[in-house]
Structure formats: C-alpha cells, structure tokens
Design a protein around this ligand. Sequence first.
Ligand code: AHM
Ligand code: MG
Length: 282
Amino acid sequence: MQEIFEKIEEIALEIDNLIKTAEGGYSDHSNSTGDVQLKLDILSDEIIEQKLSSVKTIGSLISEEKENILEVSSSGKYTVCYDPLDGSSIVDYNLSVGSIFGIYENGLNAENIVASVYIVYGPRVEMVKTLKGSKPEHYRLVGTKFLNLGTITMQESGKINAPGGTQKNWYPYHKLLIDSLFQDGYRLRYSGGMVPDLHQVLLKGGGLFSYPGTTDKPKGKLRDLFEVIPFALTFIEAGGEAIDEHGLSLLGIKPEHPHDTTPCFFGSKYEIAKVKEAYANA
Ligand code: AHM
Ligand code: MG
C-alpha cells in the first residue's frame, strides 16, 4: 500500500503541473459515459496509468475515463479505481478540481474498499488519505513534499449546504429538505467540483453535500467506484456519515457495472438524520 501512496504523491505533482501548463479545451474523444473529454482529462489519465501500472501489488486499474478494466499484474491483490481529473466542467474557468482514488481488495464492492486518496488542486494542493479503520490524514504540498497536517474529525453538525443536481429536476421531498436547511440558517457552498466541495464540508467539520437522484437522472450523476465509495470511506472514518437515497450506508453498495452511479449524501450526523427523515416517505 505504501508504494501506491508514494506513486499517488508523484501523480499529484505531475497533474498539478499539467493543470498549470497544459493547453485547455476539449479533445476529439468521448469517455465511456459519453462525456466529451478535455485534453487535461486524457493527459491526467495517461499519467496515472503509466505510474500505477508498474506497482506490483496492483492487479488491475479502472479509470473513469475508460470503458475497460486494465489488467496490470497477475500477482497484484489491489484494484485501483480512479477519476483522474474530477471537475471537467470547471477546470477551464480556474476553479479548484481534484483526483480521486479508491483502492479495493477482493472484488469491486463498497465493502471491499481498503483505502482512498483524493487530491485537491486549488490555491494550495492538498491530499486526504484514508485507510479503512483509521482517521483520514490531511496533507498539504509544500515545495515538492506533502506535509502531514494531522487527522480529520467531523463534528455532530455544521453550517454549510452543498446541493448538487439541476434544481428544476429535484423531487419535491428533496427540495423540501434543501429549503429546510436554508431556513435553519445553512449557507450555500457549491462550486460544481465534488472534491473541493466535499473537502470544505470535511475540514469545516460538518454540513451536507448532496447529489440526489433527479427526474432526468434517477440514479444520480456521481460514479460509485471512482467518486461515491472513496468519499464514503473518508466521511465515515472521519466520524461523519455517507448514505444513499434509501438511508443506507454507501459502504454497502454493490455496483453491477464499473460506471454505475448512485444518489449520494455526505455530511455530519445531524444533517444526515435530516436526509433520512426527508426521504423516509419518498
Ligand atoms: P466530472 O467527473 O465529469 O467532472 O463530473 C463530476 C462532477 C462533480 O465533481 C460534481 O459534484 C458534479 O459533477 C457537478 O455536477 P453539476 O454540474 O451537475 O452540478
Ligand atoms: Mg468525476
């Protein structure tokens, strides 16, 4: 596992440099979900594949940007699933974006995730590393080294509300939930990048990030293996919660296909209890 973490640190430095120096805009290609890929998506994906395919403990790699699983070593016990550059719709407008990694052992179910790492490329580059059973560790890039800033623990409740999805397509009970949080004094914080948006909820110790099922996308938008499950591990180990639209832990989901999506809610305990209440009779 240590070698995987070291490679991810090298990847973070390279992708950070790429974001700052490479050409923006779209390529001529689409990914497996049908999104037109940015040039930066393709280059970031290449960096990760090249760095991780030499790690002997990794058996296979699955990228959000590719349809197929890449087998890299027959002796490797881990599968690493990654979103190379999350935030395609905002990176060219100079908002913060991220990379997300989920490390799985013995099959691609949420209960088999053993570690997750995400990197935020913002005014600073930060990384959060979570091993199953331990508190998430928070790092900041200083020069070319990641400095450990300590562990992350969430409080019982927070003050921010990050509601994803197109509002005109929200179900009425979801709108009631979001409106009630604002009525209670919560402040809107939503950039359109799940990595910085969730990072903010975590570091502020509480609040809610939601990406619900909507009338046009009943299964939500965010992908299980690359986005939802890695962040679920981080939130739960930090003492928060991460649930689906049935109020069940996101660490129980069993994707049928690598690119499946699930409606998802991440937050501190108080706000997640509010989600369960709002969705109970949905
Ligand atoms: P991407 O992987 O194509 O970048 O999409 C994922 C992003 C998340 O970071 C973010 O939470 C969500 O899409 C935002 O979607 P929307 O623009 O519908 O709010
Ligand atoms: Mg993404």
